[in-house]
Design a protein around this ligand. Structure first.
Ligand code: S3P
Ligand code: PEP
Length: 450
C-alpha cells in the first residue's frame, strides 16, 4: 500500500507501574525472508508466527504477483507454494512495497536476475530512500534499471536473459544490500560472492542454508566472505518465526523508564547480529536479565525481564556494535534521556536513510520535550536528565516512521508532562498490536493530541 491513510494523533502520559507479560509479534526480517524464499522453493513452505504487519503483508502480496500461492490460515499460520528458483512470472501490476525498505530491496534482488520487467513503488517515505545501493550491484549481473534520477522509486528493473554471477564488496553496512545480491545470485549459474567488512544481520545466510542452498561464510582479513552457488533447487521448509528483538525493545525500554515496572518479554531471539541494544542497556546499568536461555531453531533465545532502572548512566556506545542495533537507536535515545550523563552514539550514518532521517527526527522531538541533543553527520549525543527529569509536554512529528512514533510514545511514559505524536499510523507496519500490548501492561495511551 502507498501512504497510511488518515493520520492517527496519539498521546502517552505517565501511568502506574507497567507489569505483566508482553508477547511481541514475529521477527520482521525473518518474516520477509520466509515469504520470499518460500516463493523461490518448489513445494509448500509452512510458516508460523509470521509478523502480520503492513510491511510483511506487502511482501506477501508481491509474492502472489510473481505467481506463488500465498495463503493466510489465521493466527500467524501461512503457507507458500513456491514457483522455484528462476520461476517468477512477470507481474501484471506495479509492486508496491508500502513503507518497507527490506521488502523492496530483497524482492528487487530476487526478481532482478530473471528475464522479466518489474516496476516498483512505495509510500512517500520509501520513495525518498536510496535504491542505487541495490541497483548498482544488480547492474553487474546484467540487470537494467529505468527510473527517476537519483536512484529513487518508482523504478523498473529488467532482468537479463543471460545473467552472470558477481563478486561484490558491500560498500555500506547493510543486510538489505547483502541479501539482495545473494537472492539475485540464486537465479544465476556459478558462484556469487558477497563480502561485507562489518557483519550485519545474518538471517539470509542462515535461511538460504536451511532451504538447501550451497552457501559458505568465511571470516577473512577482507571481511566476511559469503559464497553462494547459483541455481539450487530450494526445498520447502517448516519455519517458526521467533519474536522480534526490535519490537521487544519497546516494552523493555518502557519498563526501564516507568517507575515501579517489572515486565517479562518472552521468547526473544538473541542472535548476536541483532542483540546489541540489550548489551548496551546492560552496560548503562539497566535492570535487564535473560531468563530461561535456550536454543530454538538454531538461534539463541531468552525471556527478557526488564525492571524500572533509576540508576542508568550515559555511555559511549561502541560504534562496532551499530549494525547489531541499527533499528534501536531511536528507542535508545529515549532511555538515554532518563539516564544520568551523556550517551554518545557514533558510526551511525545509516540512521539518516531509514524510513526517516532518524537522527534528525529524534533530535527535533527530544529537544521539543526539553532534552539536549547534539549531532554530526554520523554521530549524535543525548544529555540524560535522570529518572524524574524529563519535562515532556510537546507534540513530535513521526515522519511516516514507526520506530520514531513508538519511541516518542515511550518517552511520554516517564515524563513530567504527556508527550504526543502527530501520527501513529506507521506503527502498523511492524508492530500492529503495539497499542493493545502496551495498554495491557498498564500504559496510558490515547488516540488524541494534548
Ligand atoms: O535486512 C533486514 O531485514 C534489515 C536490515 C536493516 O536495514 P539495512 O540493511 O538498510 O541496514 C534494518 O534497518 C531493517 O529494519 C531490516
Ligand atoms: C529500517 C527499518 O525497516 P525497513 O528498512 O525495512 O523499512 C526498520 O524496521 O526499522
Amino acid at each position: 500500500m502507498s501512504g497510511h491513510g488518515t493520520p492517527i494523533p496519539m498521546t502517552s502520559r505517565r501511568a502506574g507501574p507497567l507489569s505483566g507479560v508482553a508477547e511481541v509479534p514475529g521477527d520482521k526480517s525473518i518474516s520477509h525472508r520466509s515469504l520470499i524464499l518460500g516463493a523461490m522453493a518448489i513445494g509448500e513452505t509452512h510458516i508460523s508466527g509470521l509478523l502480520e504487519g503492513e510491511d510483511v503483508l506487502d511482501t506477501a502480496k508481491a509474492m502472489r504477483a510473481f505467481g506463488a500461492e500465498v495463503t493466510d490460515h489465521g493466527n500467524g499460520e501461512w503457507t507458500v507454494v513456491g514457483v522455484g528458483v528462476g520461476g517468477f512470472a512477470e507481474p501484471d501490476q506495479v509492486i508496491d512495497c508500502g513503507n518497507s525498505g527490506t521488502g523492496v530491496r530483497l524482492i528487487m534482488g530476487a526478481a532482478a536476475t530473471q528475464p522479466i520487467s518489474v516496476t516498483y513503488t512505495g509510500d512517500a517515505s520509501l520513495n525518498k530512500r536510496p535504491m542505487a545501493r541495490v541497483t548498482d550491484p544488480l547492474a553487474l549481473f546484467g540487470t537494467t534499471t529505468l527510473g527517476r534520477s537519483g536512484g529513487r522509486l518508482p523504478m523498473t528493473l529488467k532482468g537479463s536473459s543471460d545473467p552472470v554471477p558477481v563478486r561484490y564488496e558491500v560498500p555500506v553496512p547493510s543486510a538489505q544490500v547483502k541479501s539482495a545480491v545473494l537472492l539475485a545470485g540464486l537465479n544465476v549459474p556459478g558462484k556469487t560472492v558477497v563480502i561485507e567488512k562489518e557483519a550485519t544481520r545474518d538471517h539470509s545466510e542462515r535461511m538460504l542454508a536451511g532451504f538447501g542452498a550451497e552457501i559458505t561464510v568465511e571470516d577473512t582479513e577482507e571481511g566476511r566472505v559469503i559464497t553462494l552457488t547459483g541455481q539450487p533447487e530450494l526445498k520447502p521448509q517448516v519455519i517458526a518465526v521467533p519474536r522480534d528483538p526490535s519490537s521487544a525493545a519497546f516494552p523493555v525500554c518502557a519498563a526501564l523508564v516507568t517507575p515501579g515496572s517489572d515486565v517479562l518479554v518472552p521468547g526473544i531471539g538473541l542472535n548476536p547480529t541483532r542483540a546489541g541494544l540489550f548489551a548496551t542497556l546492560r552496560d548503562m546499568g539497566a535492570d535487564l536479565t535473560y531468563e530461561n536461555e535456550r536454543e530454538e531453531g538454531g538461534e539463541p533465545v531468552a525471556d527478557l525481564r526488564a525492571k524500572f532502572s533509576p540508576n542508568m548512566q550515559g555511555i559511549e556506545v561502541p560504534p562496532e556494535r551499530a549494525a547489531s542495533m541499527i533499528d534501536e537507536y531511536p528507542i535508545l535515545s529515549v532511555v538515554a534521556s532518563y539516564a544520568k550523563g551523556t550517551t554518545m552514539m557514533a558510526g551511525v550514518k545509516e540512521l539518516r536513510v531509514k524510513e526517516s532521517d532518524r537522527i534528525d527526527a529524534m533530535a527535533r522531538g527530544l529537544r521539543a520535550n526539553g532534552i539536549t541533543v547534539d549531532e554530526g553527520d554520523d554521530w549524535w549525543s543525548v544529555e540524560g536528565l535522570g529518572p524524574d527529569g524529563v519535562p515532556g509536554g510537546a507534540t513530535c512529528e513521526s515522519f511516516l516512521d514507526h520506530r520514531i512514533a513508538m519511541s516518542f510514545l515511550i518517552l511520554g511514559m516517564g515524563a513530567q508532562k504527556p508527550v504526543s505524536i502527530d501520527d501513529g499510523s506507521p506503527i502498523a507496519t511492524s508492530f500492529p498490536i503495539f497499542e493493545r500490548l502496551m495498554a495491557d501492561l498498564g500504559a496510558q495511551l490515547i488516540r488524541a493530541n494534548i
